[in-house]
Design a protein around this ligand. Structure first.
Ligand code: KIV
Length: 269
């Protein structure tokens, strides 16, 4: 089973790693067969599984239920689980809710925010819970942003995001996840932290890992699809099509053919 030390080693070796969201045992098994490095039980399940229009209605019991299902189906990939909206607003809530998803099978929890999470990150880490901090476009704050939009578009905003990354890394964050930021900023942040793996979604080609929502990359998202998505199912056929799409994604992340220029946000900072 892939561990946090493996992700750190991948970074040191310059070996890019693949990550996909997953919510159930059969998809998890298909990802095991395809040797996907890492799985995120994302609170995106509020949209993809539950049919809501945001991640806000998701609760901790949902996250634990889907984490346990995924872990039973996959003994290969490193598993991260989101703490959902308002479930880490106090240190006590963060500890109790992180315990629930870790006991369900997560190897790391993910929380959304910036420097203000430093105490939460330090407390969780001290208690044996590795933390990934998700920065940039953080979907739990969609109503603060006023929509799902590119973040850190100016040098000042980019510097603020870098300061947030430094604060949470100092507090103990073991992995960073950057969503929807200029490709140049994804590169700068990845290079700034030699021992902290950085995962990107819409953050350019230079992050250590890439993540996509599984429904997006299988072409199961109807309506508008984000610029950073590539449909890996289009190129497949036959009864192994889903596993083949996962294998193609893993290979494209490793050989850096994904993300390509058309999946990135190119803003001069
Ligand atoms: O919940 C989720 O699926 C996520 C990804 C978009 C990174 O946080």
């Amino acid at each position: 089973m892939i561990s946090l030390s493996d992700l750190r080693q991948f970074k040191q070796q310059g070996r890019r790693f693949s990550c996909l969201t997953c919510y159930d045992a059969s998809m998890a098994k298909a990802m095991e067969v395809a040797e996907i490095d890492s799985i995120l039980i994302g609170d995106s399940l509020g949209m993809t599984v539950q049919g809501h229009d945001s991640t806000l209605p998701v609760n901790v019991a949902d996250m634990a239920y889907h984490t346990a299902n995924v872990r039973r189906g996959n003994q290969h990939s490193f598993i991260m689980t989101d703490l959902p909206f308002m479930s880490y607003a106090t240190l006590n809530d963060a500890l109790i809710n992180a315990k629930t998803v870790m006991q369900a099978g997560a190897q790391m929890i993910k929380i959304e925010g910036g420097a203000w999470l430093s105490e939460t990150v330090a407390t969780l880490t001290r208690n044996g819970i590795p933390v990934c901090v998700h920065l940039g476009l953080t979907p739990q704050s969609v109503h603060v942003f006023g929509g799902y939009k590119l973040q850190a578009k100016t040098r000042d905003a980019a510097d603020q995001l870098i300061a947030d990354c430094k604060a949470v890394v100092e507090a103990g964050a073991a992995v960073l996840l950057l969503e929807c930021v200029p490709a140049q900023l994804g590169k700068e942040i990845t290079e700034l932290f030699p021992t902290v793996p950085v995962i990107g979604i819409g953050a350019g080609a230079d992050t250590d890992g890439q993540v996509l929502v599984v429904q997006d990359m299988l072409g199961l998202t109807f309506g508008k699809v984000a610029r950073f998505v590539r449909n890996f199912m289009k190129e497949q056929s036959g009864e192994t099509a889903i596993v083949d799409a996962f294998k193609a994604y893993h290979a494209a992340v490793q050989d850096q053919s994904f993300p390509a220029k058309e999946h990135m946000f190119q803003v001069e900072l």
